[in-house]
Design a protein around this ligand. Structure first.
Ligand code: ZN
Length: 203
C-alpha cells in the first residue's frame, strides 16, 4: 500500500505558513513504514528539533483505478479516519530553500499515525465532516471538510492521473490551520465528528 498526502488544502493553513495558493492539488507520498502501530508511542526523531503535527482526514481507497473521472471518484473510496501528518518543519524549510524533495521532512518512520477507519456512509454528516485534535487535553486543531480547497473527488481525479490508486492505499487530505510543535511527553487525541478515535503519546 502507499500513503499519499495532499499539501495546502485549507486556505487558513496556506496563509499561516505563508505559502502560495495552489491552482491544482499538490501531493507527496510516505512509505508504509510511516504508519504507527495502534497503542504505540511516537518516538521523537533525533534528526529534528521542530516536529509539527498536522491533523488530517484520511481516506481509504476501496478499488483500483487510473485516470479516474471526478464524477466517478466517490466510487473509489468508502472509509475515512483521522491521522497526523508529522512534519520535521526545520528540515522542510531547508528542503524548500534548496529546492530539494521533502522525504526527509515528511516520509520518516512513524510520521503517519492513523485511527481505525469508519464507513463514510455511516457518518452523520458526510458532506461536511468535522475533525480535530486535542494536545494535552486542549483543542489545537478543528476542521471541517467543507473548507477544503480541493474536494475528495478532485483529489482522487488529480492524483490518479499520475499514480494508479490501489485498494488499501490511503490519502491524507490536508490540514486546517493551527499546526504546531509537539514535545516529548505530549499526548495527542484525535476526533472525528466529535467522537474520540485514537490517542498516543510522544516519547
Ligand atoms: Zn499535511
Amino acid at each position: 500500500m502507499k500513503i499519499i498526502c495532499i499539501g495546502r488544502n485549507y486556505l487558513a493553513h496556506v496563509k499561516e505558513l505563508d505559502n502560495a495558493l495552489p491552482t491544482e492539488p499538490m501531493f507527496f507520498m510516505k512509505p508504509e513504514t510511516a504508519l504507527l502501530a495502534p497503542g504505540e508511542s511516537f518516538p521523537y526523531p533525533d534528526f529534528s528539533k521542530e516536529i509539527h503535527y498536522e491533523t488530517e482526514l484520511v481516506l481509504r481507497i476501496c478499488k483500483s483505478g487510473k485516470a479516474i473521472d471526478e464524477k466517478k471518484a466517490s466510487e473509489y473510496y468508502d472509509a475515512i479516519t483521522v491521522g497526523i501528518d508529522f512534519t520535521a518543519r526545520d528540515l522542510q524549510s531547508q528542503c524548500k530553500a534548496k529546492g530539494h524533495p521533502w522525504e526527509i521532512a515528511k516520509a520518516f518512520d512513524y510520521s503517519a499515525p492513523i485511527g481505525e477507519f469508519k464507513k463514510i456512509s455511516e457518518l452523520r454528516n458526510p458532506d461536511d465532516i468535522a475533525f480535530g485534535m486535542k494536545l494535552n487535553g486542549e483543542w489545537v486543531q478543528q476542521g471541517h471538510s467543507r473548507d477544503m480547497i480541493f474536494s475528495f473527488d478532485k483529489i482522487i481525479a488529480h492524483v490518479s492521473r499520475f499514480v494508479t490508486l490501489k485498494e488499501g492505499d490511503i490519502i491524507f487530505t490536508g490540514t486546517p490551520q493551527g499546526v504546531g510543535e509537539v514535545h516529548v511527553g505530549d499526548r495527542l487525541e484525535l476526533f472525528l465528528e466529535n467522537e474520540f478515535v485514537f490517542g498516543f503519546k510522544v516519547k
